[in-house]
Write a protein that binds this ligand. Structure first.
Ligand SMILES: Cc1cc2nc3c(=O)[nH]c(=O)nc-3n(C[C@H](O)[C@H](O)[C@H](O)COP(=O)(O)O)c2cc1C
Length: 186
């Protein structure tokens, strides 16, 4: 697929079919992720693939509780509070797989590096007919000792990008973009 087509066609997908993701497909997405640039070529990323639905359900439950306990009381939080309080809301949308990109090294740019790998992975997934969504709701819990323990991550690793992957049940419409603020100097 042409890169412009992938960039303009990718959407965050929140409804998936029951079709499982095989290992070869997941490996091909990781192969694309690691082609991202990284500061001083550190390549600090690691990939934790979770296809165990019971584990994903448990992490969804614990991440919701963690978010609710730590959320600020503002208008936007109220919207999230309602969503996260709904026992039926599954933060991973019952996707067949979660690929968590974590940094295993330390440094000033590890988050940027992992985020670049995540975008590569999401674009490659779209090009292969898969859908993805970055699940920020999982991040703060996964960065706690309990969250790392749930996935067997070493304490020194920093989870950055929890990306769900699967086959889309529907084709989501484009989410409107704001007019970019551009300043021309010269
Ligand atoms: C850092 C980050 C965190 C996100 N967290 C969530 C999330 O927890 N749940 C969710 O449904 N979507 C999440 N999203 C998806 C955004 O809502 C989505 O990218 C945005 O609405 C634009 O839509 P698009 O990706 O279809 O272009 C997240 C996206 C990013 C980049």
């Amino acid at each position: 697929m042409d890169i412009a087509e992938a960039i303009s066609g990718r959407r965050s997908v929140r409804e998936y079919t029951a079709q499982a993701l095989d290992e070869q497909t997941i490996r091909s997405l990781i192969d694309a992720a690691v082609l991202a640039p990284s500061a001083v070529n550190q390549q600090p990323w690691t990939f934790t693939v979770v296809r165990d639905q019971v584990l994903l359900e448990r992490i969804s439950h614990d991440a919701k509780a963690h978010m609710l306990a730590s959320m600020a009381a503002d208008a936007q939080s109220e919207h999230f509070r309602l969503l996260l309080s709904d026992p039926k809301f599954h933060i991973f949308y019952h996707a067949p797989a979660l690929i968590l990109i974590s940094a295993s090294a330390q440094g000033p740019w590890i988050v940027e590096d992992c985020a670049l790998a995540a975008e590569n992975l999401m674009l490659a997934a779209y090009a292969r007919g898969c859908g993805t969504c970055w699940i920020g709701f999982a991040q703060s819990f996964l960065n706690t000792p309990d969250g790392k323990k749930a996935l067997g991550l070493p304490a020194a690793w920093a989870p950055v990008a929890p990306i769900i992957v699967g086959y889309p049940r529907t084709a989501p419409p484009l989410v409107p973009r704001k007019e970019p603020q551009v300043r021309w100097l010269g």
